[in-house]
Write a protein that binds this ligand. Structure first.
Ligand code: PMP
Length: 436
């Protein structure tokens, strides 16, 4: 008998398992709206033109080699990524208060950030929205944090439960970490307004809660890279501390290249900024037993660069996990971000993807309306980003899969990016049948 004979079968991943089931279905009308991956009107995956051009440049450059990257990844990519999310004129970048490391897409960035916090931050509790992307609780639990939730979504209005959010963050222990979706909340498609973000910011800063932004959809929600970064920039602008996980899976279509970045923004100097200063204190405490006995060294410690010490610790998280990140995807991103023409072309392609998704919302809404589908479906056009949180329950979803070969997660989330003008009528038929 195998020494592994006792191993029990694990359930399929609730999101990626949808594709496994879809692939097994021989029906010609089957429709995969499970995983969040962009498809064209023809239902095909795309490689962006700018990505093809960048790859061509990389291939033509014979001086490029396949050596290992440093533990923290491609330096140029890291700098450009911080600029992309924080803005080119970010004071934090100019003051060297941001440390950025290249990670394995958004997921890897969240994991590295989580492990760093579990080792070096005084509060090991992270609050995640209810509901949230299904991988969040697993990533942070395995990183060594303890996971709590805050109310976010109101199923009765299919909108935000803002009162619940304020109450739950208001009663969170001081210093707790709070996971925030920078834009295009997954799975609900419900984002705070700018005024609500400002209230969240004030509440969090007044309680010393530490923001950890998950930015998986910059530019993909509204079509504008700046508009989709606004929440993050509001927190960055107050001078306080935060963590940001970025993914290039969706906005550059680099899903399988696994390219992302973790940025940690810190307070460097005593009294600077208004948002906490925990990292300085933390590092001062844990690394300065010797220094405490000697005034001269204390002074050195206080003026030393916190961001670079944070980076040195991030390297200790990364090195035993995967040693260093892959070179190809980060080189593509850096090539695009540093070249004015490629960058401009990217923003156009990105906006086209966002616009197609937004147009699918209207088409689906209209198709349900035409069929006289009972219920209020206006949330389909109101929600933001890749997904619509339909409000369909798990029995209705199971019915749609069984009878109509429509595949989606059991919470009723559908990927609007997987829909096309051709498939909207079939989906509308399936939803109509499920609710009548
Ligand atoms: N966060 C959220 C909210 C997501 O929706 C996703 C992708 N589904 C990710 C993070 C990470 O994805 P990736 O690791 O492919 O960048």
């Amino acid at each position: 008998d195998s020494v592994f004979a006792h191993v029990v079968r694990a359930p399929e991943d609730p999101i990626l398992g949808v594709t496994v089931a879809y692939n097994k279905d021989p029906s010609p009308v089957k429709l995969n709206l499970g995983v969040g991956a962009y498809r064209t009107e023809e239902g095909k995956p795309v490689v962006l033109n700018v990505v093809r051009q960048a790859e061509q440049q990389l291939v033509n450059d014979r001086s490029r080699v396949k050596e290992y990257l440093p533990i923290v990844g491609l330096a140029e990519f890291n700098k450009l990524s911080a600029k992309l999310i924080l803005g080119a004129d970010s004071p934090a970048i100019q003051e060297n208060r941001v440390t950025t490391v290249q990670c394995l897409s958004g997921t890897g960035s969240l994991r590295v950030g989580g492990e760093f916090l579990a080792r070096h931050y005084h509060q090991r509790t992270i609050y995640i929205p209810l509901p949230t992307w299904g991988n969040h609780p697993k990533v942070f639990t395995l990183a060594g944090l303890s996971v709590n939730t805050y109310r976010y979504y109101d199923p009765t209005t299919r909108g935000m439960n803002f009162q619940g959010l304020l109450e739950d963050l208001g009663s969170a222990p001081s210093g707790a970490i709070v996971l925030l979706h920078a834009c295009a909340h997954n799975p609900t498609g419900v984002d705070p307004t700018i005024q609500q973000w400002e209230q969240i910011r004030q509440l969090m800063r007044s309680k010393g809660l530490l923001p950890f932004f998950d930015s998986a959809y910059q530019g993909f929600a509204s079509g504008s890279l700046d508009a989709d970064a606004q929440s993050v920039r509001m927190f960055a602008a107050d001078g306080g501390e935060c963590l940001i996980a970025q993914s290039y899976a969706k906005n550059m279509g680099l899903y399988g290249e696994r390219v992302g970045a973790l940025s940690i923004m810190v307070l460097d100097n005593v009294g600077k900024g208004k948002g906490g200063g925990w990292l300085k204190d933390q590092f001062f405490d844990s690394h300065s037993h010797m220094e405490c006995c000697c005034l001269v060294t204390i002074k050195v410690c206080k003026t030393a660069d916190v961001a670079s010490r944070v980076e040195s610790q991030l390297k200790l998280v990364i090195r035993p996990m995967y040693s260093n990140p892959p070179i190809h995807g980060a080189s593509i991103v850096a090539t695009i971000l540093k070249d004015r023409n490629l960058y401009d072309e990217w923003t156009i392609e990105l906006k086209a993807m966002a616009d197609r998704i937004i147009s699918m919302r209207q088409k689906l809404f209209d198709a349900l309306h035409v069929r006289g589908t009972p219920g209020d479906w206006s949330h389909i056009v109101k929600q933001i980003g890749m997904f619509t949180f339909t409000g369909l329950n798990s029995e209705q979803v199971a019915f749609m899969t069984r009878e109509y070969h429509v595949y989606m997660t059991s919470d009723g989330r559908i990927s609007m990016a997987g829909l096309s003008s051709r498939t909207v009528p079939h989906l509308a038929d399936a939803i109509y049948a499920a609710v009548t």
